[in-house]
Design a binder for this molecule. Structure first.
Ligand SMILES: Nc1ncnc2c1ncn2[C@@H]1O[C@H](COP(=O)(O)OP(=O)(O)OP(=O)(O)O)[C@@H](O)[C@H]1O
Ligand SMILES: [Mg+2]
Length: 283
């Protein structure tokens, strides 16, 4: 099973003076069980791509097929597509519409799993996974901090176990405890074979987890492929795509270590191989 994009273009405000082509002839296949990172500079089309994956947007031309279902096909139940493809939006406020955190966290589970669900168990599981304090459950989601909102946005799709999870900049606003908890969530999802599509600028956080990369520029796919190829061929040219290289990425490339997640360890190995040198204490 997979999500396929076939010749997809997307034009905002078509037929008006503000018409803007945000995606151009995108062909991609997101296979079940892979972790895909979508990268690109501001305005390159990442969020537009994400919104096409569960039918929030439908392609202007081309097709998006989710496990055999075309998002443009009027005979297909869009709810079934949304049940399979969970979405964490770039701005959590855009997905909140209920008066309490509790309602917000349970909405998708109630909607997709029916009335028979054990709501307390689901809430307990979500709060534990995203490290959310239960005293927030009765609050209005709009009255929370950015990091708390992000945790709720992530938590709301964990309650019903979609096949594909699309997350647009999910680490923005998370503090180090939030990131640590989130990393554990991602690792356990990866181990369970979930498909994750992550839009991010936070390369150091996601590169160790990712299997594949998609790089967008001005609405076009400039690269799509395995991590090894990305690190060898794209990491030296990240600036061309509006992205910033990092020490960890450069070390991973030089050491040909495509899994390294611990920067200190990468530095020690690079030192021991003479790839980098320590400045002398007299300098
Ligand atoms: N609702 C809209 N109406 C018109 N143009 C839009 C709309 N949303 C996005 N665009 C334009 O489409 C292009 C792609 O936008 P998109 O939000 O997909 O970019 P992005 O890669 O997610 O950027 P960022 O990194 O800033 O989130 C941009 O040029 C943007 O101005
Ligand atoms: Mg965006």
């Amino acid at each position: 099973m997979a999500i396929s994009l076939e010749g997809v273009s997307y034009v905002y405000s078509r037929g008006t003076p503000f018409q803007w082509c945000a995606l151009r002839n995108v062909n991609l296949r997101i296979k079940e069980g892979t972790v895909v990172c979508v990268l690109g500079g501001t305005g390159s089309g990442k969020t537009t791509l994400a919104l096409l994956l569960n039918g929030i947007l439908r392609p202007t031309t081309g097709r998006v097929i989710v496990d055999g279902m075309d998002t443009k096909d009027k005979t297909v139940d869009i709810r079934e597509i949304r049940r399979r493809v969970g979405m964490v939006m770039q701005y959590p406020e855009h997905q909140f519409f209920l008066p309490t955190v509790r309602e917000e966290l349970l909405y998708a589970a109630r909607n997709y799993l029916g009335d028979e669900i054990d709501e307390e168990r689901i809430l307990e599981k979500i709060c534990e996974i995203v490290d959310l304090d239960r005293h927030l459950l009765e609050k209005n989601p709009f009255e929370l901090s950015g990091g708390e909102k992000r945790r709720i946005a992530i938590g709301s799709i964990l309650g019903y176990d979609p096949v594909y999870l699309v997350m647009d900049e999910p680490t923005v606003g998370l503090d180090s405890a939030g990131k640590k908890a989130f990393k554990e969530v991602l690792v356990s999802m990866k181990e369970k074979g979930k498909t994750l599509v992550i839009i991010t600028h936070d390369l150091d956080f996601f590169v160790p987890l990712a299997d594949e990369f998609v790089v967008l520029k001005e609405g076009k796919v400039m690269f799509s492929g395995r991590k090894e190829n990305f690190i060898k061929n794209i990491v030296p040219r990240l600036e061309e795509y509006g992205l910033k290289s990092t020490l960890k990425l450069r070390l991973m490339r030089n050491l040909e270590d495509f899994r390294g997640s611990d920067e200190d360890e990468l530095i020690i190995r690079a030192l021991s191989k003479g790839l980098i040198t320590c400045p002398s204490s007299r300098e």
